[in-house]
Write a protein that binds this ligand. Sequence first.
Ligand code: CA
Length: 84
Amino acid sequence: MTTYSTASTQQMEKSQEWAAKSQMVKSKLPNSVLAKVWKLADVDKDGMLDNEEFALAMHLINIKIDGNDLPSELPTHLVPPSKR
Ligand SMILES: [Ca+2]
């Protein structure tokens, strides 16, 4: 049972990650931009986006879609409260 629940949790994380990536790809921004968005949004640098980081990534994508440049460093006010 333990093995099963571990596997299913990992699978869920994997599918969440995939959902995040496919949402980002839908923005039609170039991969280089999406990579930068991912890097900025992955505040804790674990290589994955959790819910808060994903919301932040979508926010950054909207900034870019609006024609503004991405910040080179994430401004403090954009860091999710739980990561401060
Ligand atoms: Ca992360």
